[in-house]
Ligand binder design. Structure first.
Ligand code: GLN
Length: 483
């Protein structure tokens, strides 16, 4: 039963082949048995899950239907869940039980999903390896000595290991797409403003976006349907109708114009990944797509710009964790300054502290113009490159990451080496565009992802292309040994 996709689960439940309660019990047992190898969960919510599963079974018995009614999922542990620990992977929030549900959580619960637990993540979503979590590193089910990617590494490892069919995640600079690539999943970062950020603990507010991680594009369509939509509680949420994503999966790719940026195939890219990307291009050509070389000339400036803007916003967002209102408080503070210093010094790990320092520096008087303002100008240039490219092509295709998943610990002493791995993903966040990663093959037994980018609000186009690709390839069906 654990091999079923969300789409298959919906059919099985509708045909009364099994109940949501039965399925939930099977998955909870599987998590208890297998997760000690992976460390993909921070909290399990068995009681809530069984309650929600029974309620979903009653709703179905009363004639209700719906693709998510009775579907087991998990939430990345930065989505607030009422009365349940919402840790953000940090000692700072280890004792924090959210007083309300994030909009994503309440929308999905209303659609009938069953929450199995909260998944591990890089502390405050800062990272690309899921090694900065206070709860320990997550392991990649494809090779337990390798990282699963980050920051949504717990959601990715759990779904890849068939502990559950799909999970929520967030992407500030690649944290849905990069772990999807590293664990052979399909992951979608929606257009900025498509999915509400209300109750999603902020890392960099102008870049953060929630989205689905699943095994197939079809399942991403199903989960996104339950997450997307206008939310008056989020001032950056956009009031744009949500299309029926599942209904849009079967469009023909005949004549689809795919842009391949020449800058993507530079020196940093593993040549074996370059070959797999070429194979995926050929596959899409067979389906009728037309390939065009394009240019994104400002791509080389994106990493430095992102690693100014994201820490700047983080330094501001994380100032609320001061030991006063919620989260970790140091023992016996001598005075207010001591309370702030020690609570934050003890509560935040080294990567979070590094980013707060970089961000506060970039925003400080005298350096603001030189760093923050400059980075914002680059951000506009990056966006303009995309706008020019999308005048000529319908989607942009390339690798999701320059290398496959690295060994645990390999980049711990060199944060910049890890930052450079984000080269293909962060431009979409800087521009606010939707992006998807899907399985494209293996290198040394480790999965490789191909990334598709589309114009604003064209999530449906990305899902359609990925679904057609998956109907004609079987990379996404491969299962890691032992799971
Ligand atoms: N790796 C990037 C960072 O560390 C992106 C993280 C994310 O998308 N949350 O900032």
């Amino acid at each position: 039963m654990h091999q079923l996709t969300l789409a298959e689960i919906a059919r099985g439940l509708a045909d009364k082949k099994f109940s949501s309660e039965e399925l939930t019990k099977v998955l909870l047992a599987r998590i208890t048995q297998l997760d000690p190898q992976l460390n993909s969960f921070i909290s399990l919510t068995e009681e809530l899950a069984l309650e929600q599963a029974k309620a979903a079974d009653v709703r179905r018995a009363n004639g209700e239907s719906g693709a998510l009614l009775g579907a087991p999922i998990a939430h990345k542990d930065l989505f607030c869940t009422q009365g349940i620990r919402t840790s953000c992977g940090s000692k700072m929030l280890d004792n924090f039980k959210a007083p309300y549900d994030a909009t994503v959580v309440s929308k999905l619960a209303a659609a009938g999903t069953v929450t199995l637990g909260k998944t591990n993540m890089d502390e405050f979503a800062m990272g690309s390896a899921n090694e900065s979590s206070w709860y320990g590193a997550v392991k990649n089910p494809w090779n337990l000595e390798h990282v699963p990617g980050g920051s949504s590494g717990g959601s990715a490892a759990a779904v890849a290991a068939r502990l559950l069919p799909a999970a929520t995640a967030t992407d500030t600079g690649g944290s849905i797409r990069q772990p999807a690539a590293f664990t052979n999943l399909t992951g979608l970062k929606p257009t900025y403003g498509r999915v509400s950020r209300w109750g999603m603990i902020a890392y960099a507010s102008s870049l953060d976006q929630g989205g689905p991680l699943a095994r197939t594009a079809e399942d991403c369509a199903i989960l996104l349907q339950g997450m997307a939509g206008f939310d008056p509680n989020d001032s950056t949420s956009i009031d744009e109708p949500v299309p029926d994503y599942a209904a849009g999966l079967n469009g023909s790719l005949q004549g689809l114009r795919i842009g391949v940026p020449k800058e993507y195939f530079g020196a940093g890219l593993d040549p074996r990944i370059a070959d797999l990307i070429q194979n995926s291009i050929k596959e899409l050509q067979k389906l009728g797509a037309v390939i065009k070389e394009i240019s994104l000339p400002n791509m080389q400036h994106a990493i430095p710009a992102y690693y100014v803007i994201a820490p700047a916003e983080a330094s501001s967002n994380l100032s609320r964790f001061d030991g006063v209102r919620f989260g970790h408080r140091c023992e016996d503070p001598k005075n207010l300054e001591d309370l702030y210093k020690r609570s934050r010094g003890e509560g935040f790990g080294p990567e979070v502290q590094r980013r707060i320092m970089v961000g506060a520096y970039a925003l400080s008087a005298g350096y603001y113009d030189a760093y923050y303002l400059k980075a914002q100008k680059i951000r506009r240039l990056v966006k303009n490159d995309f706008m020019t490219a999308f005048n000529e092509v319908d989607i942009i295709l390339g690798p999701t990451t320059p290398n496959p998943a690295w060994k645990l610990g390999a980049k711990n002493s060199d944060p910049v080496a890890a930052y450079l791995e984000d080269v293909y993903t962060i431009t979409a966040n800087l521009a606010g565009l939707p992006g998807l990663s899907m399985p494209a093959g293996f290198v040394d037994g480790l999965p490789v992802g191909v990334q598709l980018l589309a114009p604003y609000f064209q999530e449906g186009r990305l899902l359609n292309v990925a679904h057609q690709y998956q109907l004609n390839t079987d990379w996404h069906t491969r299962t890691p040994t032992g799971f």
